[in-house]
Design a protein around this ligand. Structure first.
Ligand SMILES: Cc1ncc(COP(=O)(O)O)c(C=O)c1O
Length: 377
């Protein structure tokens, strides 16, 4: 049986990228690396749609989130944290771990944040220095309205908008400079089609001013140190060299395809997947603004979602994601970010139909596949 990854990270890695990363290791203080890193820096600015430096950290995505919190904010600072899923909770935990005073903008799982609530919380807490939010909340499959939130924060000189774009960057448009976003974080194992191990962080001028002013303790994730090294085509410590080589290849692929086409490809697969699951009589978990990164689907009433996930794996070799916390066993999440194409979606929708059928749900076999074909033909 073959193995298939259909969870929203880690995602499959293209064959040409795997081959590049299998090449003999090069030394990171020699010219071969700095030449390559110079092109990587340029490619990342294109991807993030920014003129700012995009810092490359050796960490999973959470390391990038930690770097943002520890560099911008000091103990006791008030920040607004959007919590509408597992990763919103993570922002909150991080802020609390660093001694900040988060004010929570809580929304039910499955719903997007309401920008007006955020505006109100900022008005009620005039000392707040940031708004921390996900662009795509991977635990629920919902997209938050980043553009609208940025309109609120952009005019406030003392407030930084910090966006976890871990399942957004390279999936849908989020032009950092045009929208006035202050910090964007992502990770390598999602739309960047790489193994886990790299985090990326970009900061606006406003955010860099806040880093200067905050004066907090930091070492490995000292972003100013990373910036200084990057400007010399270097990293302060030994980078994950093989991953950076793979990243070089991925960035060339994305540039060749063109960002607009990359976003259109994700949207097409997402729309087709959503249409297919609905045609099977299933319901999306997202009440509004479903993310183009993944589709979260409610498990039919009375069916065990953990058993459904197990059926995917045992009968078809497919890893899909389940639900977390209080939605464990109640939803499954199917990825379509990164290295996926239309035929991949036929496999996962086919497996979903057969798994549901096997578990006694009255699905009409072919109903999802038919819609998928209609949408992708
Ligand atoms: C939106 C979001 N934020 C944060 C993370 C955490 O990233 P990592 O597991 O790479 O630390 C993830 C990973 O799934 C994510 O999807």
């Amino acid at each position: 049986m073959k193995s298939y990854l259909f969870a929203p990270g880690p995602t499959p890695v293209p064959e040409n990228v795997l081959l590049r990363m299998a090449a003999p290791i090069i030394h990171h203080r020699e010219k071969a690396f700095s030449d390559l890193f110079e092109e990587v820096r340029e490619g990342l600015r294109y991807l993030f749609q920014t003129k700012q430096e995009v810092l490359v950290l050796t960490a999973s995505g959470t390391g990038g989130m930690e770097g943002a919190v520890s560099n911008l904010f000091a103990r006791g600072d008030s920040v607004v944290v959007v919590r509408a899923g597992k990763f919103g909770q993570r922002w909150g935990e991080l802020c609390e771990a660093f001694g900040l005073s988060p004010v929570y903008a809580d929304f039910p799982w499955g719903e997007p944040a309401d920008p007006e609530r955020i505006r109100q919380l900022l008005d009620d807490n005039p000392s707040a220095k940031g708004v921390l939010v996900q662009a795509s909340e991977t635990s629920t499959g919902v997209m938050h309205p980043i553009r609208e939130i940025a309109e609120i924060t952009a005019s406030r000189d003392e407030v930084a908008l910090v966006v976890d774009g871990i399942t957004a960057v390279g999936v849908f448009a989020m032009p950092m400079d045009d929208w006035g976003i202050d910090v964007v974080v992502t990770g390598s194992q999602k739309a960047l089609m790489l193994p886990p191990g790299l985090a990326f962080v970009a900061l606006s001028e406003k955010a860099w001013r806040m880093v200067e002013a905050s004066g907090t303790s930091r070492y490995y994730f000292d972003l100013k140190k990373h910036l200084k090294s990057a400007q010399k085509n270097q990293t302060p410590y030994t980078p994950a060299i093989s991953l950076v080589i793979g990243l070089h290849e991925v960035l060339s692929m994305l540039r060749e395809e063109g960002l607009e086409n990359v976003f259109a490809r994700h949207h097409r697969l997402a729309e087709a997947t959503r249409g297919a699951v609905k045609a099977m009589g299933l319901e999306l978990f997202a009440k509004a603004s479903p993310s183009d990164a993944l589709t979260a689907v409610k498990v039919p009433e009375g069916m065990d979602g953990i058993a459904l996930k197990k059926t995917f794996l045992e009968r078809y070799g497919m890893v899909v994601a389940g639900g977390q916390d209080h939605v464990k066993g109640k939803i499954i999440r199917i990825a379509h970010l990164g290295y996926f194409d239309p035929m991949d979606m036929f496999q996962v929708i086919g497996a979903l139909e057969m798994s549901l059928h096997k578990m006694g749900y009255p699905v009409q076999l072919g109903s999802g596949l038919k819609v998928l074909a209609e949408k992708l033909a």
